[in-house]
Design a protein around this ligand. Structure first.
Ligand SMILES: [Zn+2]
Length: 140
């Protein structure tokens, strides 16, 4: 009974995040078409590498990044970066499960709020601070 209930809630989590996941899959398919790879880790599709991965890995800051999460999809520059950032990105997956279609607007508003108050729109972002905090807890 309990596992049945857990499964239902998991399905709701996935359904609620579907618009973001669909966007992630679309971008992931572009990565695959340009030589990228995909594997599933803990229920999340991880795309990495290829021309897209190399492109973003070689950009100057703030355009270079290791990985970005869209619903149940993580797009990473390379396998090594995905491994290093997995715990952090999985916090974002949980945020998508909680916020659904409201996650990206809420994330953007949080960044805007911080920038308008003279702070860093990334490192001070509410969702990033939560992800770094949870990630640190797991490392202890
Ligand atoms: Zn993050």
């Amino acid at each position: 009974m309990h596992t049945y209930r857990t499964l239902i809630f998991k399905l709701i989590d996935y359904a609620w995040a579907i618009p973001n996941t669909a966007l992630g899959i679309l971008l992931g398919l572009v990565m695959l078409a340009l030589g990228g790879r995909v594997h599933i880790v803990a229920g999340v599709a991880e795309f990495h590498g290829g021309h897209v991965g190399n492109f973003f890995a070689s950009r100057p800051p703030p355009f270079c990044f290791g990985a970005v999460t869209l619903g149940h999809v993580i797009l990473g520059t390379c396998h090594k970066e995905l491994c290093a950032l997995r715990a952090h990105e999985h916090v974002h997956v949980k945020q998508y499960e909680q916020w659904g279609v409201f996650f990206l607007p809420a994330y953007a508003l949080s960044s805007l709020w911080e920038i308008l108050h003279g702070r860093n729109g990334y490192s001070n972002n509410f969702f990033e601070r939560q992800a770094y905090r949870e990630d640190d807890k797991q490392k202890l």
